[in-house]
Design a protein around this ligand. Structure first.
Ligand code: ADP
Length: 255
């Protein structure tokens, strides 16, 4: 009986520890979210007021409006990410299949990431490694695959100060592997597991631009698994990372 009590006590203390950790992660998340939301909201209010009060020279109004639009888009991204993560957790996320060209999808994702104002300011080159003759038609959830690729590309750029980000795909046995590789900050081995956790973030490093809610990779991995695949990472601190979304070809082809 004593051993049973001991075992149960130990089990309860582990569960208690987990609950505390999850509670703390949520607090960190709420802190991040307030910060991430406050900046774009302040920008929208501040710049709109300036325009309304005629405090902006006419030739600058266009660029002020761009700032307002971009802040609105950031807010929408945040809200969409929160909805996605909660749908994944409650199991209310559905797969909608359609036919599409992977090559074109990657081109579109690259274009949307390049357009991002934060990316335009960086000395990071974005390179599509596949040539257009190797295009393949997939039958899967285009929106989710695009979101996985876009999340990985945004991270790659965010955590790379200078250098390149490569994206592409190749066949590996029964699988098709879609990869995003960067020459950025990399991730320490002991931190590799926690980055896929909900709200999991590595301590901000001086050269990373920081920010973010810590749910982009949770969503990316959740979607990859929903679609019958997996999302893996290999990384070396200060050298860069490769994220590979690997999916059985038969799960996403028509055959
Ligand atoms: P966020 O970027 O919003 O913090 P993510 O879930 O997308 O959240 O990523 C979790 C963490 O993983 C990041 O905070 C960062 O520490 C690390 N990370 C993700 N992608 C990369 C990358 N390409 N290079 C280095 N670190 C990365």
């Amino acid at each position: 009986l004593e051993t049973m009590v001991d075992e149960r006590t130990q089990q309860l203390s582990i569960e208690n520890e987990k609950a505390k950790q999850s509670d703390m992660l949520k607090t960190v998340f709420l802190g991040n979210i307030s910060h991430e939301i406050r900046n774009p909201v302040n920008a929208i209010i501040g710049f709109s007021e300036l325009i309304k009060n005629n405090a902006v020279p006419p030739e600058l109004i266009g660029s002020y409006l761009d700032l307002i639009i971009n802040s609105g888009k950031s807010l929408l991204d945040i809200v969409n990410n929160i909805i996605d993560v909660s749908r994944l957790e409650t199991g209310t996320c559905e797969i909608v299949k359609e036919e599409f060209e992977l090559y074109v999808l990657i081109e579109d994702s690259l274009a949307s990431v390049k357009d991002n104002s934060k990316v335009l300011k960086k000395r990071v080159e974005l390179i599509h490694e596949v040539d257009s003759s190797k295009e393949i038609t997939l039958n899967s959830d285009k929106t989710k695959i695009q979101q996985i690729i876009t999340n990985l590309l945004n991270n790659a750029v965010k955590y790379t100060t200078e250098g390149s980000v490569y994206v592409g795909y190749y066949f590996a046995g029964e699988n098709i592997n879609i990869f995003v590789k960067d020459t950025g900050s990399g991730i320490a081995p002991e931190e590799l597991d926690c980055i896929f956790e909900r709200f999991g973030k590595v301590e901000p490093r001086p050269y990373s631009s920081g920010g973010g809610l810590g749910i982009g990779l949770t969503i990316a991995r959740g979607y990859a698994e929903m679609l019958g695949g997996e999302l893996l990472v290999e990384s070396r601190l200060n050298e860069g990372s490769i994220f590979t979304f690997s999916i059985p070809f038969k799960a996403i082809s028509n055959n």
